[in-house]
Design a protein around this ligand. Structure first.
Ligand code: SAM
Ligand code: DTB
Ligand code: SF4
Length: 346
């Protein structure tokens, strides 16, 4: 049966903004097979289950960040041996974007280790957005907190997505970050949304939080006035020198449950299997895709830490019959991205 015929009309009742803690706790407590069945059933109503969106990530400014996020190798407060790099030149960024496009990526995400962009940084990041867009790729940035004015400037430049994570529940947040508040993060999301850009917001699991915190984070995201279009679920990458370096493993089954609950609560959003994939085997990737993950970062590096090699991802896609999602273009690109391969023919 083709996926097109298997898909049904969207049911607006699935898109809710009034999730209670008890409802979310009940989802987490479902027998695993029931949870996955429910997540996969909803997933197929909103997406082609055999398509995964792929984005490439580039660190445009690395390290020396004044914030104290306990998981982050880029904070100046922790000695992680990271080489600090100032803001990249626009041409260098565009060179990397072109390479990502030639490798088949449809979205280019640029990240900076900033608390927030300074006024003098704005013309540079605006030029990056304009340049990447001209190539016919979608653009995404994550630069820290944004004022209303900065969000507008980026939206005017044509930035498609802005990534700003809530990271965890409001209750656990203070154990992880003290230099900005949860409300600061919600304010930035509000500025991004009001500017007309698409919102990418999620968090990290495996930081020693409780299941109620994973549930609380998803509750915050789903109960926003509009669901983020993209929800990255990062598994903590434990980096030597950060306070969370010695954190215990999160049960992989619990990780898959978190993906499935995110899929059920935000059925029309892309759920991104984000950081931490280097430590996940093929079976875990396959289960995550089944649970509703339909987006990944593609390429050997995330911002500063390793990611599975592109050819490993493609080989698994081929074995699973997954195709990389093509960008839904509103206008034909002058130089269309190459298709990686057609899974149906492998
Ligand atoms: N400085 C900006 C900010 O924090 O908003 C943008 C870059 S920051 C590195 C983007 C996100 O990466 C963080 O919010 C966090 O969710 C994620 N991240 C950073 N270090 C991580 C790690 N070690 N493991 C998993 N996710 C991580
Ligand atoms: C997100 O949620 N995950 C990405 C992206 N947004 C910017 C970052 C992951 C960073 C992992 C640690 C590193 O490579 O420095
Ligand atoms: Fe800085 Fe972002 Fe890392 Fe926090 S997550 S220390 S704000 S780069």
């Amino acid at each position: 049966m083709s996926t097109a015929t298997a898909r049904t009309v969207h049911n607006e009742q699935h898109i809710r903004h009034d999730w209670t803690s008890a409802e979310i706790a009940a989802l987490f407590k479902l027998p695993f097979n029931d949870l996955l069945f429910e997540a996969q059933s909803l997933h197929r109503q909103y997406f082609d289950p055999n398509q995964v969106q792929v984005s490439t990530l580039l660190s445009i400014k690395t390290g020396a960040c004044p914030e104290d996020c306990a998981y982050c190798p880029q904070s100046t407060r922790y000695d992680t041996g990271l080489e600090v790099e100032k803001l990249m030149e626009v041409d260098k960024v565009l060179e990397q974007a072109r390479a990502a496009k030639n490798a088949g990526s449809t979205r280019f995400c640029m990240g900076a280790a900033w608390r927030c962009p300074k006024p003098r940084d704005m013309p540079h990041v605006v030029a990056m957005v304009e340049g990447v867009r001209k190539m016919g790729m979608e653009t995404c940035m994550t630069l820290g907190m944004l004022s209303e004015e900065q969000a507008k400037q980026l939206a005017d430049a044509g930035l498609d997505y802005y990534n700003h994570n809530l990271d965890t529940s409001p209750e656990f947040y203070g154990d992880i970050i003290t230099t900005r508040t949860y409300q600061d993060r919600l304010d930035t999301l509000d500025h991004v949304r009001s500017s007309g850009m698409k919102v990418c917001s999620g968090g990290i699991v495996g930081m020693g939080e409780q299941q109620t915190d994973r549930a609380g984070m998803l509750q915050q995201l789903a109960n926003l006035p509009q669901h983020p279009e993209s929800v990255p679920i990062n598994m903590l990458v434990r980096v030597e020198g950060t306070p969370l370096a010695g954190q215990e493993d999160l049960d992989p089954i619990e990780f898959i449950r978190t993906i499935a609950v995110a899929r059920i609560m935000m059925p029309a959003s892309h759920v991104r299997l984000s950081a931490g994939r280097e430590e996940m085997n093929e079976q875990m990737h396959a289960l995550a895709y089944f649970a509703g993950a339909n987006s990944i970062f593609y390429g050997e590096k995330l911002l500063t830490t390793p990611n599975p090699r592109a050819n490993e991802d493609l080989a698994l896609f081929a074995r699973l019959g997954i195709n990389p999602e093509q960008r839904e273009l509103t206008e034909a690109p002058k130089d269309p991205s190459p298709h990686f391969y057609d899974a149906a023919s492998v």
